[in-house]
Design a protein around this ligand. Structure first.
Ligand code: ARG
Length: 364
């Protein structure tokens, strides 16, 4: 790391050139200078991704669960802005997984939406390990073993039974490159993280592919990623139907896994602790893959549709995931942006209402 004044100057420049970089926006040189060497080095590691990637929208990843409390001076205002929690309102996460009050059947919006692919995932991290950006190779491998032990129990359950596929070289669970590529192409497995410049600077993609893998249920509707941006990404997926079923499956699987694993890192303020401040709270990302060819027409960067979606509290990604363009026929990934200070059921409702609104615009 360069000297203190260099970092301060670099961040000041980023703040001028990239007003959307929330790390730079809320970086306070006085606070930074007030820190002793050890905490200052910790803060430098947290913000390095945003310093070296000026185009970052967030620009920071936590390295340890307590970073959010210890470095709240830097992180809390970024979190407030991203999750739109007004100053003065306490940050708090309330959970509500009770799907019984509403029905979110996409076919009820339009029969044409009956077959959209839907997925919901939560991020979880074990409190007994550093977050992925601060893990060494041995810890990544050890965590994968902890997860495999839990999966050996999950395999016995009727609805969640399945198998574990590791990309750690040379283990009894290892899959070959062809199978890895096929699982990535089918959107089941995560992409090569070492190609992600944000994760690289943060150390999150370190030691790739050691300690990484995925659990998949026999019905291929429940998946757990091990060793991606968070220790665990637990997800439920299905083609078409009711969001209620999708969310219920996730909740049941998460509850079972919670009992088989070391305690998750949780906070009263921030809910489920995640590497990225965008994923705090419910730690949940719920998304639909919907074709919106009219709204995507002549808009390769998806500027117009992104602005429309933002008004509805939704984020737009291309069908190939983060930082990708629209897929064939205007295929987009639509998801509610807020993750913190909203309950799981509010996220489900927001997705449903938002997609109904976009569908109306598309067909106007
Ligand atoms: N670190 C990147 C940024 O600040 C990505 C943030 C959100 N995405 C994520 N995968 N956590 O723009």
């Amino acid at each position: 790391m360069p000297a203190k004044q260099d970092i301060i100057n670099t961040i000041a420049q980023i703040k001028r050139d990239h007003p959307g970089n929330l790390m730079a926006k809320y970086f306070d040189p006085d606070y930074y200078n007030s820190l002793d060497d050890t905490p200052r080095a910790r803060l430098e590691k947290i913000i390095a991704t945003g310093v070296q990637n000026p185009t970052s929208e967030m620009g920071a990843y936590a390295m340890h669960p307590d970073d959010y409390d210890l470095f709240a001076a830097q992180l809390a205002p970024m979190i407030r802005e991203f999750h739109r929690i007004p100053k003065g309102t306490p940050i708090a996460q309330i959970n509500d997984w009770d799907t019984s009050a509403t029905s979110c059947d996409l076919g009820a919006i339009d029969p044409a939406l009956r077959d959209v692919s839907m997925r919901v995932r939560v991020a979880r991290n074990a409190s007994t390990f550093p977050l992925p950006g601060a893990m060494d190779k041995a810890q990544r491998i050890a965590f994968e073993q902890v997860a495999i032990t839990a999966f050996s129990e999950l395999i016995q359950t009727p609805d969640f039974g399945g198998k574990y596929l590791s990309i750690t070289p040379g283990t009894p669970h290892s899959i070959d490159n062809n199978e890895y590529d096929a699982r990535v192409a089918s959107h089941q497995m995560f992409k090569d993280m070492s190609a992600d410049k944000y994760l690289n600077v943060a150390g999150i993609s370190g030691d790739w592919p050691h300690g990484r893998g995925m659990y998949i249920s026999a019905a291929e509707d429940f998946i757990v990623w091990v060793g991606e941006e968070d220790h665990l990404r637990i997800m439920s997926m299905q083609t078409g139907g009711n969001l209620n079923t999708l969310f219920e499956r996730l909740h049941t699987g998460l509850t079972i896994l919670g009992k088989l694993l070391p305690p998750f890192a949780m906070s009263d303020t921030y809910g489920a602790i995640a590497s990225c401040p965008t994923n705090l709270g419910a730690g949940m990302r719920a998304s639909l893959h919907v074709k919106l060819p009219n709204l995507c027409a002549n808009d390769p960067k998806l500027t117009r549709i992104t602005a429309e979606a933002k008004k509805l509290g939704l984020a737009i990604r291309g069908a190939g995931g983060e930082h990708s363009g629209a897929g064939k026929g205007g295929l987009l990934d639509i998801s509610p942006s807020a993750r913190l200070g909203v309950t799981q059921m509010q996220i489900m409702q927001r997705l449903y209402d938002g997609v109904a609104a976009l569908w109306k615009l598309e067909n106007a």
